[in-house]
Design a protein around this ligand. Structure first.
Ligand SMILES: NC(=O)c1ccc[n+]([C@@H]2O[C@H](COP(=O)([O-])OP(=O)(O)OC[C@H]3O[C@@H](n4cnc5c(N)ncnc54)[C@H](OP(=O)(O)O)[C@@H]3O)[C@@H](O)[C@H]2O)c1
Length: 247
């Protein structure tokens, strides 16, 4: 058992992370690359930021390789995704569904389109991506799907005006995590969710203008990387609050 685990640890990991162009996602790519020889496919829409991230990460951690998929998660199709994986990392051991979209607007002013956009990225894209990647995750034999939710979507936590679509989408993501963990356990795919508190990023500035978060993106990223690589040894189907405060 221990030998199997050590062999797994030495294996080059095939990783997909969404929302890689900035904030916690970009910092997590660097943390993962630092942790060993990793093969990472980074997904986001902003090509310039992705290219900069790739150049910086590969220069600092030459053992790791960062491949890029410039794509809008609400429009991505199975064929493009599979072709990109075949041409780059060739499999998936770890999927980090980190991309997030937030609309800060009083509930009474929200449109159906606002709700659709938020759920499209925070829930539907996660379900679609995970489903499309199932054959690869199954082949891994020890795969981990890590969903990034928010304390706003954690049952019983403080709620804030203007974030009804965002927070409820993150609650849906947490529940989806529990459902998938149950359904995918026979394929040896573990699914967990981190419901995080405030971290200083562009998204936080949009949600809480002027608020100073207790954590920088790099600090949360080091926890993401650790949990993504190790958490599925200890947890499956868990929604874990990761917060020292909520703003
Ligand atoms: N920061 C916080 O305090 C906080 C608190 C709770 C939860 N979270 C969650 O933590 C995760 C990371 O947050 P963050 O603060 O680092 O956010 P951020 O700085 O706003 O970054 C969001 C990322 O998602 C990507 N993204 C958004 N829409 C996309 C789309 N349609 N297609 C592809 N990529 C898309 C963005 O890339 P492009 O724009 O280049 O596409 C960007 O890389 C999110 O899931 C967020 O909800 C954050």
């Amino acid at each position: 058992m221990l030998t199997e685990f050590l062999t797994w640890q030495l294996k080059k990991m095939k990783i997909i992370l969404t929302g890689a162009s900035r904030g916690i996602g970009a910092a997590t790519i660097k943390e993962l690359a630092k942790n060993g020889n990793q093969d990472i496919l980074a997904i986001a829409r902003n090509e310039e930021r992705l290219a900069k991230l790739k150049a910086e990460t590969e220069a600092t951690f030459p053992g790791s390789k960062v491949h890029l998929l410039v794509a809008d998660l609400s429009k991505i199709d199975e064929k493009t995704l599979r072709a990109k994986i075949e041409a780059t990392i060739g499999g998936v051991d770890l999927l980090i569904n980190n991309a997030g979209y937030l609309i800060n607007k009083p509930f009474s002013e929200t449109s159906l389109e606002d709700w659709r956009q938020v759920f499209e990225i925070n829930v539907f894209a996660v379900a679609f991506l995970t489903k499309t990647l199932l054959p690869y995750l199954q082949q891994s034999g020890n795969a981990h799907v890590l969903n990034i939710s928010s304390m706003g979507g954690f049952q019983g936590s403080s709620k804030f005006p203007g974030l009804s679509a965002y927070s409820s989408s993150k609650a849906a993501l947490a529940n989806l995590t529990e459902c998938l963990a149950e359904e995918l356990q026979d394929f040896n795919i573990k699914v967990n969710c981190l419901a995080i508190g405030a971290v200083q990023t562009e998204m936080l500035a949009q949600a809480f203008p002027g608020y100073k978060a207790p954590l920088e993106a790099e600090e949360m990223a080091s926890f993401f990387a650790y949990f993504a690589l190790q958490g599925h040894r200890f947890f499956n189907g868990k929604v874990l609050p990761v917060s020292v405060s909520t703003p």
